[in-house]
Ligand binder design. Structure first.
Ligand code: HEC
Ligand code: HEC
Length: 245
């Protein structure tokens, strides 16, 4: 099967099996390009950051996510410096609200009451501007954090997509570095529940990559991995990412 000719499902299989890192990055990126072609073409219009900030004020994003996308609530994710395409995708998926659209549900599906309500008010243009704004904010002005001495064993799997330093390797894969521990635990649990078909309690998340990854994790591993990624510096430290936006 050539690199250019796979459908989403086969592409997923290949991404998980391919040993060569660079090829794997390319495949992951191709997957995202194929899957989000409509979003990408939508993005060509260009946006500006000041309108993103104005929309964030207008829609009350700062009330939960903090001014500039950094906040103190353990359950509310920081958005500052997160990948733009990932933010766009999540807002579209939240806007979808439920898994009623099979096209979207097949690739990624996520439900959260607070965000479904918010995202349903956003136009496509507002989503793009908000993503521009939050993805270009600085996530920390403090001194660089030291990398934790204890590195959980499973990170060898995670780092293929989320990067060795928790800064992801493709535009639609989120950075994990410096994200809230409780939030990361909640997301991994939601992905894991979706693998057992019990993800119907009003806060759910399904993704072809992550549902499969989380299914292999026990509570202790979820706890260790979340603690590790939360401790990493949100600005990254290990590598320059060739695919960074
Ligand atoms: C009432 C609180 C609240 C408000 C207001 C709010 N959010 Fe959220 N947001 C949340 C919570 C809680 C989550 C985590 C949802 C989950 O657990 O799935 C979240 C998740 C997100 C995510 C996904 C982040 C990730 O790492 O996956 C994005 C993007 C986001 N919000 C953007 C926004 C934007 C843009 C606005 C304003 C239009 C906004 N939010 C307003 C509470 C809020
Ligand atoms: C094959 C690529 C791949 C691998 C391997 C992978 N992930 Fe992911 N991860 C993703 C993608 C893609 C998403 C975004 C899912 C979505 O759109 O809902 C994601 C999302 C996440 C999120 C949600 C972050 C947020 O901001 O909401 C967490 C937490 C996470 N991954 C942790 C892990 C951990 C821990 C591992 C290792 C056990 C891992 N991932 C392995 C691709 C991967």
């Amino acid at each position: 099967m050539g690199v250019g000719q796979f459908d989403g499902k086969q592409g997923n299989e290949v991404v998980l099996r391919v040993k060569n890192r660079h090829l794997r990055y390319r495949l992951t990126t191709l997957m995202s390009l194929g899957a989000f072609l409509s979003l990408v073409s939508c993005m060509r219009g260009g946006t500006d950051i000041s309108s993103g900030e104005a929309y964030a004020v207008q829609h009350g994003c700062f009330g939960c996510h903090g001014v500039g996308g950094v906040n103190e609530n353990p359950n509310f994710p920081n958005l500052a410096g997160q990948k733009k395409a990932y933010i766009v995708n999540q807002l579209f998926v939240f806007k979808q609200g439920t898994m009623s659209n099979p096209k979207i549900a097949r690739i990624a599906a996520r439900y959260n009451g607070m965000m479904a309500a918010k995202a349903s008010q956003l136009t496509d243009q507002e989503i793009l501007s908000l993503a521009d704004y939050f993805s270009t904010r600085t996530c920390s002005f403090g001194p660089k954090r030291a990398r934790p001495a204890q590195v959980p064993r499973q990170t060898v799997i995670c780092e293929d997509c989320h990067g060795e330093d928790g800064i992801s390797l493709a535009p639609n894969i989120p950075n994990l570095a410096g994200q809230k521990q409780a939030y990361l635990v909640a997301q991994l649990n939601a992905f894991r529940r979706s693998s057992t078909g019990t993800n119907t309690n009003g806060a759910s998340r399904h993704n072809i990559f992550m549902t499969r990854q989380a299914a292999k994790l026990g509570d202790k591993e979820i706890d260790e991995l979340s603690r590790f990624y939360a401790q990493l510096d949100c600005r990254g430290d290990v590598q320059t990412n060739p695919l960074d936006q």
